[in-house]
Design a binder for this molecule. Structure first.
Ligand SMILES: Cc1ncc(COP(=O)(O)O)c(C=O)c1O
Length: 394
């Protein structure tokens, strides 16, 4: 790991750094210049020569997406699908599994709301049993409790790596070990981990993993990806097929692709796909271990400084905490804080509602301020944030 992170380069490449303090990276981060340029130049070519013709002209850039994602996740390009967002990527994996009455799904308290809705749909449709594995005393999934719940009825272990509304990093590799030992498919939602955490699918032991482009990867909106382990692809017949995912060979027969592109649509956001490849290469040019180290350190620094502010209660859980910092205050609602900080050119968001409902209800939380830092943020910005918050809270 390199201890001298090139912050000058990161800020030079991030135009908006001059004008705003962007602590909403878990929502959608700021695209760096090379990514925005890749997106614009692709669209400009579409404008000038036509969409289909641009696909031909940009074959290398479009293929690069697969090679780059494979490098990012330590997998093969053929194990990667381009999908329009993390939710649909997750759906393509989840809804392709076949559940029967009595099957069990084990999941985490930190689970993302859309995933919980999908589980419950399977409960209603097929009589599946949904089990939320308890957290341990640190607020992360209790791996011992998970292990004790394994039996023949468990057909899926599916957890969220980093929740949408908190700094928790669930011990995904420990969960993967349990799943692998029991031969149970493991689906990991690492939407908030992608670009923030150094992800290695071998080490995580996951069979399926989803991610999004616009958050920590700094790619364009409406881009995402699904990883499916090679040995698992054939077991996962997509719940929808088109003529990109499959080939019609006669009026009554079709064959399904052998690679992960079976989870893709024929029509795609090609400009976004090319730019997402650039975003991944850009992240890799800093190195994921260095990015993770810097983001987690800045998150820790922000938490420490916030803990000195009167009326602030931090709401992050977990042994390891990431760049997503959440808190509530005695003085103001999260919505008021968000609005008042915006007047000071600081972007944060409010977490509540469906996204982290299971965990929030268990902890008696309604909503919290989410201040999520990225590697291009600085200690000076953290100080400005804390000073501004103190003023807002008066
Ligand atoms: C943990 C988690 N999973 C999934 C999603 C959904 O991602 P997308 O909006 O790309 O579908 C989010 C978005 O906030 C998330 O935080």
């Amino acid at each position: 790991m390199n201890n001298s992170f090139d912050i000058n380069r990161a800020r030079r490449d991030t135009k908006a750094c001059e004008d705003i303090v962007h602590f909403n990276n878990a929502g959608s981060s700021l695209m760096p210049i090379p990514v925005a340029d890749a997106l614009r130049s692709y669209l400009a070519q579409e404008e000038m020569i036509g969409g289909y013709e641009t696909v031909e002209a940009q074959t290398d850039a479009l293929q690069k997406f697969y090679a780059s994602t494979a490098r990012l996740l330590n997998c093969k390009p053929t194990e990667v699908a381009f999908v329009e967002n993390a939710t649909r990527a997750w759906d393509m994996a989840f809804y392709s599994l076949r559940f029967a009455e009595g099957d069990k799904i084990l999941t985490s308290i930190a689970e993302y709301g859309s995933n919980v809705i999908a589980y419950n749909q399977q409960v209603a449709r097929h009589g599946v049993e949904l089990v939320f594995v308890d957290n341990d005393e640190h607020g992360q999934i209790d791996v011992k409790a998970l292990e004790s719940l394994i039996d023949d009825r468990v057909k899926l272990i599916s957890i969220t790596h980093i929740p949408t509304g908190g700094g928790l990093v669930n011990p995904a590799s420990a969960v993967g070990k349990i799943a692998n030992a029991a031969g149970i498919p493991f689906l990991l939602d690492s939407c908030q981990g992608m670009g923030q955490v150094d992800l290695d699918v071998e080490e995580l032991g996951c069979d399926m993993l989803c991610g999004t482009g616009r958050k920590y990867l700094r790619g364009p909106r409406a881009t995402g990806m699904l990883y499916v382990k090679e040995s698992f692809i054939n077991e996962l017949e997509p719940y929808v097929l088109d003529q990109h995912a499959a080939t019609l060979v006669s009026p009554t027969e079709y064959t399904i692709r052998e690679d992960a592109k079976r989870f893709e649509n024929w029509e795609q956001f090609f400009a976004g796909k090319a730019a997402l490849g650039t975003a991944i290469d850009y992240a890799m040019s800093y190195g994921m271990p260095d990015i993770q180290h810097r983001v987690f350190s800045l998150g820790g620094e922000l938490r420490k400084k916030l803990s000195d502010v009167d009326g602030v209660t931090l709401t992050d859980e977990g042994v390891q905490q990431c760049g997503i910092v959440t808190f509530k205050t005695a003085q103001k609602t999260p919505a008021e804080i968000k609005t008042r900080l915006r007047e000071k050119q600081i972007n944060v968001s409010v977490s509540g509602g469906s996204g982290g409902l299971v965990s929030f209800q268990q902890r008696g939380l309604v909503d919290v301020v989410r201040a999520s830092v990225h590697y291009y943020n600085t200690s000076e910005e953290i100080d400005y944030f804390v000073t501004s918050l103190r003023k807002v809270l008066v």
